[in-house]
Design a protein around this ligand. Sequence first.
Ligand code: SF4
Length: 104
Amino acid sequence: PFVITDACIDVKDRGCLDACPVDCIYEGGRTLYIHPDECIDCGLCETVCPVAAIHADDRLPEELTMWVEVNRAYFGPEVTGLGSPRGADAKTTRAVDHPVVAAW
Ligand code: SF4
């Protein structure tokens, strides 16, 4: 999947929300997050992000690899655990950011 990294924090341009064909980008308090199980790897979000915050997880620079877990963990154990639900059940978003983002 694609991953949103630190450059999005306190920017939240939201252009990616309109670009994503499967609506798998969610809004937290200070940043946006990509649902790793819903992303279809189309790459459209990366092309519209004005601050280059979005990268494919397999092309992340070493210093940004932690953001894979930040994006995933935001969605909670229903994603990180076994048998993550898709569709409506997974559309849970939280205004509360991942602790890494909250402390940024
Ligand atoms: Fe959405 Fe495509 Fe970006 Fe994945 S790569 S978050 S599907 S726009």
